[in-house]
Write a new protein. Structure first.
Length: 223
């Protein structure tokens, strides 16, 4: 009933049509939806009703209080049962040939890793397995390599490299390694927190979304 709201709805419809046309021009089948709900609730409902198995979201990064409490994109990453690809800076040519998959390589990470393998196969990309060795949780190289090599055997036919990188913290190590290998994307696992810590302690995944210029693919291990 408000002119400002009607104007925003009209503009949204125009932008959706333009996006669909871009998809059509590239030979893709696209549908457009306009949902009148709070953003993340609308996303959850839409993905469930349409059985979406992959989400793509934009992000401008979070600052100040929003960085502590979490942006809309961060909240979706925490709770989505489907993999979420977050693109902060629009790439000139979205070509993924090198993916850095950073994890602790425990058994519970395996289902998420297999989803990353599926994505890499579609993109014909090489996966760089990365374990970041940090001072407060230092592990010996031979033990970590054994666990990482066991992961590669679960996904035969893929192109992997196994890497251990020493850094002061995980986020710093991931970003420095990704830059060193010329990565096009960072893939990580999201492990949802509960209660107060979920609000006050952003995960490594969410920190990367805030600070990485590369697209970040997040796969939830708790769903």
């Amino acid at each position: 009933m408000y002119p400002e709201t009607k104007a925003k709805i009209a503009q949204s419809k125009i932008e959706l049509r333009n996006l669909r046309k871009k998809a059509d021009d590239r030979g893709l089948t696209a549908q457009e939806f306009l949902v009148y709900e709070l953003e993340r609730e609308g996303i959850y409902r839409h993905t469930e009703e349409n059985q979406c198995d992959f989400l793509v979201m934009g992000s401008h990064g979070a600052k100040g209080l929003k960085k502590i409490l979490g942006s809309n994109t961060q909240r979706v990453v925490r709770n989505s049962t489907s993999p979420v690809l977050v693109v902060r800076d629009r790439p000139q040519n979205f070509e993924v040939k090198n993916i850095v998959f950073a994890a602790n390589f425990e058994e519970k990470v395996l289902p998420a890793f297999l989803k990353v393998c599926d994505f890499a196969e579609i993109m014909q990309a090489k996966i760089h397995l990365l374990y970041v060795n940090v001072p407060y949780n230092f592990r010996e190289t031979d033990k970590v390599e054994k666990e990482m090599n066991a992961f590669t055997k679960k996904c035969s036919g893929e192109d992997f490299s196994v890497n251990i990188f020493n850094a002061l913290n995980e986020e710093r190590g991931i970003l420095k390694f990704a830059k060193g290998v010329g990565a096009d994307m960072i893939a990580v696992t999201a492990q949802g927190k509960k209660g107060f810590m979920k609000i006050m302690s952003p995960s490594i995944t969410e920190s990367l979304i805030n600070n990485s210029n590369l697209p970040v693919l997040s796969v939830n291990t708790t769903q």
